[in-house]
Design a binder for this molecule. Structure first.
Ligand SMILES: Nc1ncnc2c1ncn2[C@@H]1O[C@H](COP(=O)(O)OP(=O)(O)OP(=O)(O)O)[C@@H](O)[C@H]1O
Ligand SMILES: [Mg+2]
Length: 244
């Protein structure tokens, strides 16, 4: 029996002037799975995340979350519907401490929390993401991986059903990478559904249940990590990019 579909993307199309960034993209994400969204630089991965999260409206196509058509809804409405994201370039509030950063997220969720309730929830979240010891550290003073943890915490504060991670593991050193992988695995074990844009092959192999591969805006493969990474068209897309 196949798992319930949480997100369904169909016929998704986005052009920037004459450039087609996303071309007839179609894929489903099942409840509880980690879907890897792969592809060479500029293939349209972040644009797909932007179309799903409402940062950009598509020219054509549909995004359906748990049976509800969320296509072209404003980003805050989509966030309330249950989709949270992190950004390719970390976005935190550097002058605020970690508790305050998480509180800013808690204030934006459906059933927002303030005051003591927010502080309590923020501490629980910091514990969940491994930042319990940094409650009062200004976000700008955190190491890179801890800044990434904090950004993840802000996304989790929205209590998403679906989490979008855009190269969340990029730029980590080997030991940080193992910590990052363990944290994503823990979120999956807690029942979260995740779409992960990622280039780090170790992370893809160890985390993704399934991968969709894009090249120049178009889906070229959809399957298990082993299958898609061995697909000649996928290999050509990556090597071609490296030699471009
Ligand atoms: N706001 C925008 N305006 C114009 N062109 C854009 C815009 N956003 C993305 N593009 C272009 O669309 C294409 C896809 O970009 P996108 O950022 O989605 O790729 P990506 O797969 O995330 O790449 P990377 O791996 O480098 O992050 C690129 O050619 C990019 O230059
Ligand atoms: Mg990108």
């Amino acid at each position: 029996m196949s798992a319930e579909i949480l997100l369904s993307v169909s016929g998704l199309h986005k052009a920037f002037g004459g450039l087609i960034a996303v071309n007839q993209m179609q894929f489903d994400v099942h409840k509880g799975e980690i879907l890897g969204l792969l592809g060479p630089n500029g293939s349209g991965k972040t644009t797909v995340m932007n179309l799903i999260s409402g940062a950009l409206p598509p020219n054509e196509g549909k995004v359906v979350l748990a049976g509800r058509d969320i296509t072209s809804l404003p980003a805050h409405t989509i966030s309330h519907a249950g989709i949270a994201r992190t950004f390719q370039l970390v976005r935190i509030l550097p002058d605020l401490d970690c508790i305050e950063n998480i509180e800013a997220g808690l204030a934006f969720r459906p059933g927002p929390l303030w005051g003591d309730a927010a502080k309590l929830a923020a501490r629980a979240l910091l514990d969940r993401i491994g930042l319990a010891d940094h409650a009062h550290t200004p976000a700008g003073d955190l190491t890179y991986i801890d800044q990434k943890r904090l950004e993840l915490g802000r996304a989790l504060a929205l209590q998403p059903k679906l989490l979008l991670l855009d190269e969340w593991l990029a730029g980590l050193n080997p030991s940080e990478l193992q910590e990052g992988i363990a944290l994503v695995r823990k979120l999956k074990s807690e029942g979260l559904t995740i779409i992960m844009v990622e280039h780090v092959m170790d992370a893809i192999r160890s985390l993704c249940d399934r991968c969709v591969v894009m090249n120049t805006g178009t889906k070229i493969a959809d399957g298990t990590p082993e299958t898609v990474l061995a697909d000649p068209e996928v290999i050509r897309a990556y090597l071609g990019d490296a030699h471009a």
